[in-house]
Design a protein around this ligand. Sequence first.
Ligand SMILES: Cc1cc2nc3c(=O)[nH]c(=O)nc-3n(C[C@H](O)[C@H](O)[C@H](O)COP(=O)(O)OP(=O)(O)OC[C@H]3O[C@@H](n4cnc5c(N)ncnc54)[C@H](O)[C@@H]3O)c2cc1C
Length: 476
Amino acid sequence: MRAMVWFRSDFRLKDNPALHHACQDADRGVVAVFAVCPDQWEQHDDAGCKVDFWLRNLKQLSQDLAEKNIALRILQTDSFEGVPKALLKLARDNECDAIYFNRQYEVNEKERDDRVVEAFEGADLGVNRFTDQCAFAPGELRTGKGTFYTVFTPFKKAWYQAFIDEPDRLEPLKKPRKLSEMVGKPDKVPTSASGFDVPGKIADLWPAGEKAAHDRLKRFLADGLGDYKKDRDFPGRDGTSALSPYLASGVIPIRQCYHAAISANDGKADSGDAGAVCWISELIWREFYKHLLVAFPRLSRHRAFKLETESLEWNDSDDLHSAWCEGRTGVPIVDAAMRQLVQTGWMHNRLRMIAAMFYTKNLFLDWRRGERFFMQHLIDGDLSANNGGWQWSASTGTDAAPYFRIFNPYSQSKKFDPEGEFIRTFVPELEDVDSKDIHDPSQIPGLLRSQLDYPDPIVDCYETRKAAIEAFKELS
Ligand SMILES: Cc1cc2nc3c(=O)[nH]c(=O)nc-3n(C[C@H](O)[C@H](O)[C@H](O)COP(=O)(O)OP(=O)(O)OC[C@H]3O[C@@H](n4cnc5c(N)ncnc54)[C@H](O)[C@@H]3O)c2cc1C
């Protein structure tokens, strides 16, 4: 038996179910393959820094696979359309008997995979699909009535119970063995994809490869996990794992993150060390949003979970949108957040909530437009988490922030960046403003204010908050 392993968002050797099983089953070698689809990536708004991250990880993966005598082949198919035919041809040319891959859950990806399955089964070749992105595959955890959960807390409880029933789910798989012979030769991995610009500095912040990801996890377990609950909301502190790009691209498996945190917490997921319990709960949020994507395919098509909110008449101002994108709204915490996104490819979770809520409630701009801008810039851009976060902030999603509970960005700023140190990092115009005034420099009197090269707030947060609540009220 010769196996073909199709890599997608699982750029790793360790604990990779598709690769693991292919290596176990095959006695005539394994061929690895990755399809480069720049047109499709552009359609999906994938960020230049994310595509660059994929290609850097792919290069490392190719080297790691070669050490196991597995050649990584590259298919250039532009869009998903050409993938089934190209894969089948490669399988035939290399006399492969079956394809192995890990499941993805977005609508276009699922449709593409269904066509691949059809093509392979039609040619009498085997198909083997595995769960990789979640501990429990979407649909496995259901309510007593057999429906998908739409509220997080009962979903989390069901997750805890499933883990108690089946702790082995999180056991890491054995490393793939070294094969006796390589089938064919590895292709050259492209270093860039046309149409994707990559700000060079971002690559230095996010080194590629499994080792970098595991080092980051180890560092976080040693220095961050215990204080996670206390520090996680402060963007000026190094209080979160910064593993999201590695998780979104599958450079590190989610199971190993759960496993590591639970092991550090004496085998428990739902009690014990507050930091560990809180971090595990965030990992379960990630899983919850993937379940929702499968339960409600319209979420992949940028539809609201709460359909009644689709009649909201959002503001369509290009000027407000541009000011937000460029970090010049005159609200320092929002501007610092947006500049962090554009300059580093990442944004702290508390800031994602503040920036998205300001966009949808104070600017009253359509969440889809903001969601899209995030996707175009995030190195960890992930449809389920991004859509979940935006619909939470916009109060259009399931288990979302109630529409009347709107963050005041100035209070959030005072609470989570009290000294203004995070603001000063990304808004150097305010470098010399003291901690008392930095959260709302429009209140600084006279000459001092006029000397600052910083805009006045583009909206009145008090008035716009009232208007947003009224607009939502009219829906009911
Ligand atoms: C508007 C908005 C958009 C978002 N877009 C994305 C996105 O495109 N990709 C993405 O991975 N996350 C997204 N998130 C969730 C969250 O902000 C990031 O996962 C987190 O900031 C990543 O930093 P970290 O790795 O240090 O997280 P940690 O706090 O260390 O958490 C560990 C991991 O848990 C997962 N996680 C944590 N919080 C959440 C959450 N609220 N929802 C889903 N997963 C979570 C992530 O995989 C994260 O890496 C978004 C949140 C909001 C409010």
